[in-house]
Design a protein around this ligand. Structure first.
Ligand code: CU
Length: 166
């Protein structure tokens, strides 16, 4: 029994050492002011398909909570005609304004370059079988924030959801 626990201990030590090394590296890139934010992100999986809807349309989060959104396409249509992204807009940005500008932004995956400052987080596009992910902090200010797919036409048929911070 004693030997067994010693072996376990020896096995654990290198793992702990490398984990703390990884943590210190991660800590170095955390922006100042983010110290109240938890280091581990909560994963949220969202699937978009050929019906042009997200399967998850409401996410609740604590102020500043670290979120890891994984966006997957469950569709079959060719990517050129049917692709999806995840765009979380800042408070006060009109989704219609964003998607109208996005129509002319194919070269930047439908994120208008001059509207980057309207976005909290964005990732995509995904075509059939593809997955992307993005990690970010939820806003500190409680409220409801819109996320959407900015591929032309998709928001208009309901490819959107809300992040509720409270
Ligand atoms: Cu879409």
């Amino acid at each position: 029994m004693k030997t067994f626990s010693l072996v376990c201990l020896l096995a654990v030590v290198p793992a702990v050492a490398s984990a703390s090394q990884a943590n210190s590296k991660a800590a170095a890139v955390v922006p100042t002011g983010a110290s109240r934010v938890s280091k581990t992100a909560r994963t949220i999986e969202i699937t978009g398909g050929d019906t042009m809807k997200f399967d998850l349309t409401s996410i609740q989060a604590r102020p500043g909570e670290r979120l890891h959104v994984v966006l997957r396409s469950g569709g079959m249509a060719p990517k050129i005609a049917m692709a999806h992204n995840f765009v979380l807009l800042k408070a006060g940005v009109k989704p219609e304004d964003f998607v109208n500008a996005a129509m002319n932004a194919r070269g930047t995956d439908f994120i208008p370059p001059d509207m980057q400052d309207k976005v909290i987080a964005a990732k995509g596009l995904v075509g059939p079988g593809e997955t992307v992910d993005v990690t970010f902090n939820a806003p500190m200010r409680p409220g409801t924030y819109t996320y959407l797919c900015s591929f032309p036409g998709h928001y208009m048929v309901g490819m959107k959801g809300e992040l509720i911070v409270k």
